[in-house]
Design a binder for this molecule. Structure first.
Ligand SMILES: NC(=O)c1ccc[n+]([C@@H]2O[C@H](COP(=O)([O-])OP(=O)(O)OC[C@H]3O[C@@H](n4cnc5c(N)ncnc54)[C@H](OP(=O)(O)O)[C@@H]3O)[C@@H](O)[C@H]2O)c1
Length: 339
């Protein structure tokens, strides 16, 4: 496909071929299709990051058929910055394409000081979404999530807030993130009774973090809820970039907040090396195999990657060229992961 050169940042016109290579999958029992690869703005969209690069990343993503951008109130740094930058780029480049986009935000983690800027109260969720909409310059988000379970707030209140937000027209759909299988069943039941079904669950899920397989994916299937797997590349570890040391421009070196050098141990790298060899035999790189491995399960609606460079987007989208696995490949992967 023809790739626009965005480096000169001329006025944006989306690629006419943007829907030709991407594939889309239905999100649970809903009316929404999501691209097999979605883009998250957790990293690389703060005020400390290059704004021009942010703009190039979003343009390149949309040109590749990535119609879903995932944000949260606290993505930055500082908190709120990713939504502000996204809002600036939306205004400059994407307003003509708003109806082709699924934009999500979330609340649930620390956002502002005091007792009302965190967790899962109605007070916090409603106020936080109002702030997010202002920062992004939007009338509504397509999906609004509760970002993590809150053990101190009745689930009825938190789910009631999600339902209210939809009825207010501030979100079209709602989702939950990091909820366990049991919490998800309860939340789904309450939301169904309220008449606002849960569209989607956002779990952390990768070859190296498989907790979602322990009941959660079964609940999602039963309830007709879609899923979006976050940190599918384990923040870059599953790209093989750390096999030969710590590149200066990598997340572990540039931004050690969530991915520390210490967590990338020789034992972990031995697994990554073995996985990398299988990927090479499949004619893919490791990032591509890690994405394909998640998408082999139809309960995974979309894989939510982050990127620091535009080339990484095309690289990740090229994973769709080889999505099938032989039984032998899957067995070998299991052996490596369970070693
Ligand atoms: N719901 C939640 O609680 C939660 C929590 C965390 C994240 N999320 C969501 O999930 C999204 C993705 O998370 P993530 O950024 O951790 O995802 P990830 O895809 O596992 O890691 C992204 C990082 O991997 C590297 N990378 C990506 N593609 C590459 C490629 N083809 N080749 C080489 N390196 C590549 C880049 O890091 P370098 O800087 O090293 O280039 C990139 O920033 C977030 O933006 C957010 O929307 C949600």
């Amino acid at each position: 496909m023809k790739i626009n050169d965005h480096n000169a940042l001329k006025p944006y016109e989306a690629s006419a071929e943007r829907y030709e290579t991407m594939q889309y999958r239905r999100c649970g029992r809903s009316g929404i299709d999501l691209p097999l690869i979605s883009l998250g703005l957790w990293h690389n969209f703060g005020h400390t990051d290059d704004f021009k690069n942010q703009r190039i990343l979003l343009r390149r993503a949309f040109d590749l058929g990535i119609t879903h951008f995932d944000l949260a109130n606290n993505y930055g740094p500082p908190f709120g910055a990713a939504e502000e930058n996204f809002g600036r780029i939306l205004k400059k480049d994407f307003l003509p394409y708003r109806d082709e986009l699924i934009i999500s935000s979330k609340a649930g983690w620390d956002m502002w000081p005091g007792p009302y800027g965190n967790f899962g109260s109605k007070k916090y969720l409603v106020a936080s979404l109002d702030q997010s909409l202002k920062r992004m310059g939007l009338d509504y988000v397509d999906i609004f999530y509760h970002h993590r379970p809150d053990p101190m707030t009745p689930l009825e209140e938190t789910m009631g807030a999600l339902d209210l937000i939809v009825r207010q027209g501030k979100a079209l759909y709602v989702g939950i993130s990091q909820y366990s299988a049991e919490e998800t069943s309860l939340a789904a039941k309450i939301l169904k009774e309220l008449g606002t079904p849960c569209l989607i669950h956002q779990p952390r899920y990768s070859m190296l973090d498989r907790w979602a397989e322990n009941g959660l994916l079964d609940v999602l299937e039963e309830e007709g809820i879609g899923s979006i797997a976050f940190s599918p590349l384990e923040q870059g570890v599953l790209t093989g970039k750390y096999l030969k040391g710590f590149p200066e421009d990598s997340r572990a070196v540039k931004d050690g907040r969530y991915l520390t050098k210490d967590s990338i141990t020789p034992e972990l790298l031995a697994k990554v090396k073995a996985l990398n060899e299988i990927a090479e035999q499949r004619g893919q790189n490791l990032a591509q195999m890690a994405i394909a491995w998640l998408l082999k399960d139809p309960r995974i609606t979309t894989v939510l990657v982050g990127v620091s460079k535009a080339e990484q987007l095309l690289d990740n989208v090229n994973s769709l060229k080889v999505l099938d696995f032989s039984t032998e490949e899957l067995q070998k992967i299991e052996e490596i992961l369970n070693a």
